[in-house]
Design a protein around this ligand. Structure first.
Ligand code: NAD
Ligand code: FES
Length: 315
């Protein structure tokens, strides 16, 4: 049943009226309203000033979720729909966990939510799960907030008996995430920071270059900024090492209908939401994805300016 925006709240804040599309009127008490409509946040952790972790009650999603899949969520009636890869899920508790970097209006709104508050709707789990098999020596690379999505994949690869090496890259020490969690199951963890404030100074590709010179690997997995995934793929191409990347295209419906997430792959058009999100990095036209992802930069900047203005004047 689709509900329109609540028309008014009772003065005593006891409940809310809805007008459905067929003009029926529904009244919910505040408690009931929360029960029927929402995905409640039950745990929140600020991983660093930019990135937060949210555990959300979502029983059906938790039952179906697999590593590598994503959700499309909308925070409120006015909100845009945007995708986030699953960080974790707990089938017994009936929760899913996501990690979000507050960079645009929607992600800032999401990170501003607190325990007990709700997300309006979540579609998922979407996309193909990561194919976890015993393949041999694997390198998993996480760039910035992409490290959060690398964690469940590296963990699953390790549980399958692979020899897993993880490279984590961040701009500076404060932005390094999931180090402790990854070190719990992996002994080969390399950390780089762009400014050298923690771990080795440089990019993840500096470590990758050295590892590839010393050893042979069967699979490289990279999740992070598009430019990082492109550079990783270029580095593994001459050695013909299978390389998987998780694309973060712009998405709207997440079901293959709108075409918003299309990418050029091996000369063909693919949809990240239904054909991905993982693709062979050697076949992705990264220039095209970067161009498409940058298309709404002006609008995003304007929206951020308006959002900042509203925050300051308290509207
Ligand atoms: P960032 O710009 O801080 O970069 C993180 C790391 O990537 C750097 O520390 C560096 O090691 C590496 N890197 C950056 N530029 C590089 C280059 N030119 N060559 C080699 N390595 C390079 O990252 P951020 O600000 O945290 O942004 C993370 C990005 O990851 C966002 O763009 C986000 O959309 C994307 N992301 C993707 C997924 C996905 O599923 N594909 C999931 C989460 C986030
Ligand atoms: Fe619409 Fe993929 S998000 S087709």
């Amino acid at each position: 049943m689709a509900f329109n925006k609540p028309r008014w709240l009772l003065k005593e804040n006891k409940g809310v009226f809805f007008f459905s599309k067929k003009k029926y009127v529904f009244f919910f008490t505040k408690k009931h309203y929360n029960e029927v409509r929402m995905y409640k946040i039950i745990y929140k952790k600020q991983l660093n000033p930019e990135i937060c972790l949210l555990e959300i009650e979502a029983k059906d999603l938790a039952i179906a979720a697999k590593a590598g899949q994503f959700i499309v969520l909308r925070i409120d009636e006015q909100g845009e729909r945007f995708p986030l890869t699953l960080y974790d899920f707990d089938r017994e508790k009936g929760t899913i966990t996501i990690v979000c970097q507050a960079i645009g209006v929607s992600t800032k709104k999401l990170c501003a939510l607190n325990v007990g508050e709700n997300i309006l709707d979540i579609a998922g789990p979407l996309g193909h799960a990561t194919k976890v098999e015993n393949i041999g020596k694997v390198i998993c690379i996480g760039g910035g907030v992409g490290t959060a999505e690398t964690y469940p994949i590296a963990k699953a690869m390790n549980e399958k008996g692979n020899d897993v090496t993880v490279i984590i890259g961040a701009r500076n020490k404060d932005l390094v995430i999931c180090e402790k969690e990854i070190k719990e199951f992996c002994d080969n963890v390399h950390i780089t920071t762009d400014n050298g404030s923690y771990g080795r100074k440089g990019f993840v590709t500096d470590v990758l270059k050295e590892l590839l010179e010393k050893n042979t690997y069967d699979l490289v997995f990279a999740i992070g900024p598009l430019i990082m995934m492109k550079m990783v793929s270029e580095m593994t191409r001459p050695k013909k090492i299978k390389t998987l990347v998780s694309l973060n295209s712009i998405m709207i419906d997440g079901t293959g209908m709108c075409g918003g997430c299309r990418v050029q792959y091996d000369g063909k058009t693919k949809f990240t939401c239904v054909d991905g999100p993982e693709f062979d990095g050697h076949l992705v036209d990264f220039e095209d994805v970067m161009r498409r992802n940058g298309r709404y930069k002006d609008k995003e900047t304007k929206a951020m300016e308006n959002y900042g203005h509203k925050c300051k004047i308290g509207l």
